[in-house]
Design a protein around this ligand. Structure first.
Ligand code: UD1
Ligand code: UDP
Length: 348
């Protein structure tokens, strides 16, 4: 049984569900329904051929306790009915921790995909979700050696497998599809390598009007067109501020994965606070500024493709004007076959 609920989990599950089903594994797919707008959910199922969930818990928006507890109760009921052999959770959202708690209390084998990541910042709700999920997991599929080392520091060594990152699998498969299917650059009338892509959704930025205003002001200083697919969490603040900033910052609705792959690949630069987007920037070899004080994806910073500007927002315009030449690029995150490896280990 697999638990998903938020946008990045739909993307991760797309490749693993396919690999499981190719091996004849019966998968019961449970969507907690944390993300529910068509452009935060449905579009990914359609574009990426994700199987229709067997259950949708319709959890929706709410406080952490409301989302987590509704997911927990719903998942427990389904486990009791369906009696699966094991439960898969992805990443670090409230769906992840709910799945982890439900499975472990019912003595069900728990599998965590994208385990071992740490920001060492417990102000982030995701950090709590990761720590709890990892400590409860029987099998931990990690993307990198840094993740293995993080787990070791917490005494977690059994059941840990480095398999690479399933997001690389998705990126490699769907960027190729996007090249023929997406017309996003034409639709937005932008040229390759002559625009900036902006995404903001972390509560530390999105729920702070002053910070969002500063970020928009800094990004707008570049004079290049800025494309900003607005996550629903930042919608209100971004819309209320945009007129004061500049007319070359363009707010658009969240886009599907195919459009996003091209927007990332052909951007001159990406400014983001997303975990997935900063890593995809590295994979597409697009320079990135991350509007946070720390990152789980240290390799991107060490290689000079990603700068953390969380504490000094004034650095944004300066680094946009002159981004230092990156130092190196390695396949830290795998070769695009992480999902196959995961399924092979599960089968054995
Ligand atoms: C969640 C995850 C975060 C992940 C992000 C991916 C947790 C704790 N956080 O954060 O780790 O990086 O998803 O995008 O699980 N909303 C809508 N429509 C939707 C979904 C949300 O309007 O379809 C609005 C609601 O006002 C909601 C707000 O966005 O209150 C935040 O949504 P929520 O799912 O609580 O958290 P995210 O910020 O999306
Ligand atoms: N993404 C997308 N459309 C958008 C914004 C993001 O398809 O408008 C994709 C992005 O390419 C990445 C994933 O969503 O694969 C990242 O999700 P998000 O930024 O919501 O969450 P995080 O990775 O920070 O948890």
């Amino acid at each position: 049984m697999t638990i998903i609920g938020a946008r990045p989990q739909f993307i991760k599950a797309s490749v693993v569900s396919k690999a499981l089903r190719n091996q004849g594994v019966k998968e019961i797919l449970v969507n907690t329904g944390q993300h529910y707008d068509d452009n935060m959910a449905k579009i990914f199922f359609e574009e990426m051929g994700i199987p229709r969930p067997d259950y949708n818990l319709g959890v929706g928006s709410g406080t952490h306790a409301a989302q987590t507890s509704a997911s927990l109760v719903g998942i427990e009921n389904i486990i009791l009915d369906e009696k699966p052999d094991a439960l898969i959770v992805y990443g670090d959202t409230n769906a992840t921790i709910a799945g982890a708690l439900a499975a472990s209390k019912l003595h069900l084998k728990l599998i965590h995909i994208e385990a071992g990541l740490r920001s060492y910042n417990r102000q982030m709700p995701e950090e709590i979700n990761r720590i709890v999920t990892d400590v409860l997991s029987d099998l931990l599929f990690v993307p990198t050696q840094i993740a293995v080392d993080n787990l070791k520091k917490e005494g977690i060594v059994n059941g840990v497998h480095i398999v690479g990152d399933v997001m690389v699998d998705a990126l490699m498969e769907y960027t190729e599809v996007a090249e023929t299917k997406s017309d996003i650059l034409d639709r937005l009338a932008i040229e390759k390598k002559s625009y900036v892509l902006l995404t903001i959704h972390r509560p530390s930025n999105a729920d702070n009007n002053e910070r969002i205003a500063k970020i928009l002001e800094q990004v707008a200083a570049s004079k290049l067109p800025v494309i900003f697919p607005v996550h629903p969490r930042s919608r209100k603040s971004a819309e209320s501020l945009i007129e004061k900033v500049s007319d070359h910052v363009r707010l658009i609705d969240p886009v599907g994965y195919l459009d996003m792959m091209l927007l990332e690949k052909y951007a001159k630069m990406i400014v983001t606070d997303s975990g997935g987007v900063q890593k995809e920037a590295y994979l597409h070899k697009t320079p990135c500024l991350t509007v946070r004080g720390e990152t789980e994806w240290l390799e991107t910073v060490r290689d000079g493709w990603n700068y953390l500007v969380g504490d000094n927002l004034e650095d944004i315009s300066q680094l946009m004007a002159q981004f230092p030449e990156p130092k190196a690029w390695h396949s830290h995150y795998g070769d695009g076959h992480a999902a196959e490896r995961i399924v092979k280990i599960l089968m054995s």
